[in-house]
Design a protein. Structure first.
Length: 107
């Protein structure tokens, strides 16, 4: 038998969990560039930039690549320097629109 106090604690915990999930989901604002020909420039320190468009009629963006940028080959994380070898090849670039930086590169 569940007591009133236990039920109230469960409701409060569920509310806190849901509000935390909502805050997480709304705190990440990403957009993606799908390109047939990756345009990336990287330095030895792992920083650099990617150029691309969010849509055909959109202006060209130059977005920084930082040490926090992740790279994925078939959904498996790989060293970021492998992205530099993808110049001219298809890739999807995810951009954090709040901080205007590349968060991940996938192919």
């Amino acid at each position: 038998m569940i007591t009133y106090k236990t039920l109230l604690n469960l409701i409060v915990m569920a509310g806190l969990m849901l509000s935390g999930l909502q805050a997480y989901a709304t705190s990440i604002s990403e957009d993606a560039i799908e390109t047939e020909s990756l345009r990336i420039t990287m330095k030895d320190d792992g920083t650099g930039y990617i150029q691309g468009k969010l849509c055909d009629k959109c202006k060209m963006l130059t977005v920084p690549v930082t040490a926090q940028t992740k790279a994925f080959d078939k959904n498996i994380q790989v060293p970021l320097k492998q992205a530099a070898g993808r110049v001219g090849k298809p890739a999807t670039i995810f951009i954090n629109m709040d901080h205007t930086r590349v968060t991940r590169i996938a192919w």
